[in-house]
Design a protein around this ligand. Structure first.
Ligand code: SIN
Ligand code: CO
Length: 373
């Protein structure tokens, strides 16, 4: 993607300008971000997805009695009639299940894949919504069908209503209001309060991001380091030839504390190990993602394209794909990085790969991670 080309998607800003001025900083309303947008998935298709048990979905109904929420799977018969007002259902990760939706998500790859999460779709009847709230992550809210009225504000007081099954702000103070039509889009940075209410039946597509939480990331990396520790730290045994006789045998020797600290430092010292654990973690497929195994061995020579569920990234030394890492260098590294960036390789690029890289591609095809062209 040319990051210096003005895009209608970003209201005429280039991706570089958008990232500098708005990303994680301030909202952006874009009228006709995708002119004449026609969603490639209709209400019936979304209802069908919400009924699947490998798809994450929620039903939210509001009434005088308050908010009610139910987690999916949501068979059609469990949904209120579409003639009833004030309800919505939301389907997470639609990009994993639909090629057209996956294709739309690719428009947002001016943000690193490591930050891109998924595309969620909500469908609401008149008055439906999830209530005033804030999200911890950036989001692009693309209006796909019908109209939605958004009220937004920089909310200082983030306290939530108690005893409600969803996160609803206790005292929402909107500052701006817009009605979005199909093709219009609103970008909101993390923690920006918002409330979107359907005006008639409405479908909204949310392009969502993920941000690792430091404690959670440390936990994941430490689990990986723990598995590797016997090899990466070694078998040195604690020795204490200068240990004097003790009158207080219960006290732990200071040297043993130092030895323990040093063994941990050794485990953390290998930067390449940390890098590969991070890449493996970031490309781990989401829960409930299944690849179609046992594909008939196709001919790679015409080119390949990554399956929409595949996550592929790289760093200076490694290629990461669906939670696995490979050390690569030279021409193979260049080509496999191109595969990660463009999600495809053509016949000529395939021809330039080494035997080893081709064998890996064969295996990825058998695993359902990529397809032949
Ligand atoms: C919705 O589509 O109803 C909710 C999206 C959001 O507020 O993040
Ligand atoms: Co939100």
């Amino acid at each position: 993607m040319n990051i210096d080309q003005p895009l209608a998607l970003l209201g005429g800003l280039t991706p570089s300008q958008f990232m500098k001025r708005h990303w994680q900083k301030k909202p952006l309303l874009v009228r006709q971000a995708i002119p004449d947008f026609k969603p490639c998935l209709d209400r019936a298709a979304l209802v069908a997805l919400a009924g699947q048990d490998d798809v994450e979905s929620r039903l939210i109904v509001s009434s005088d009695k308050g908010w009610k929420m139910k987690h999916g799977p949501l068979p059609k018969r469990s949904l209120p009639p579409f003639s009833q007002k004030d309800w919505t259902f939301l389907v997470q990760g639609v990009d994993l299940h639909h090629d057209g939706v996956h294709a739309l998500l690719q428009l947002f790859r001016f943000v690193p894949d490591a930050r891109l999460d998924d595309l969620m779709i909500s469908y609401a009847t008149d008055g439906g919504g999830v209530g005033p709230h804030f999200d911890s992550y950036d989001v692009f809210l693309l209006q796909a069908h019908g109209q939605r009225r958004w009220r937004i504000g920089r909310q200082k007081d983030l306290s939530l209503q108690p005893g409600v099954p969803l996160k609803i702000l206790q005292s929402f103070e909107p500052e701006e209001e817009f009605v979005l039509n199909p093709g219009d889009m609103l970008y909101l940075p993390p923690k920006y309060a918002h409330d979107g209410v359907a005006q008639g039946e409405c479908m909204t597509w949310s392009i969502g991001f993920r941000s690792p939480q430091q404690g959670e990331l440390a936990r994941e990396l430490l689990l990986g380091l723990a598995d590797e520790a016997p090899d990466s730290v070694g078998e040195q045994v604690y020795r204490d030839p200068t240990q004097p006789a003790v009158a207080q045998p219960g006290a732990i020797p200071a040297e043993l504390v130092t030895f323990a600290r040093e063994s941990l430092q050794k485990a953390l010292k290998n930067p390449h190990l940390l890098d590969s654990l991070l890449g493996e973690y970031l490309t781990e497929p989401k829960a409930k993602v299944w690849f179609e195994l046992g594909q008939e061995a196709g001919d790679l020579s015409a080119g390949v394209v990554l399956d929409r569920r595949t996550r592929m990234m790289y760093d200076e030394r490694h290629i990461f794909i669906n939670g696995e890492s490979f050390r690569v260098s030279g021409r193979d590294a260049r080509l496999l990085r191109t595969l990660a960036d463009t999600r495809t390789l053509d016949a000529q690029q395939i021809k330039a790969l080494s035997e080893d890289a081709l064998a890996a591609l064969d295996e990825w095809q058998a695993d359902g991670w990529l397809k032949t062209l």
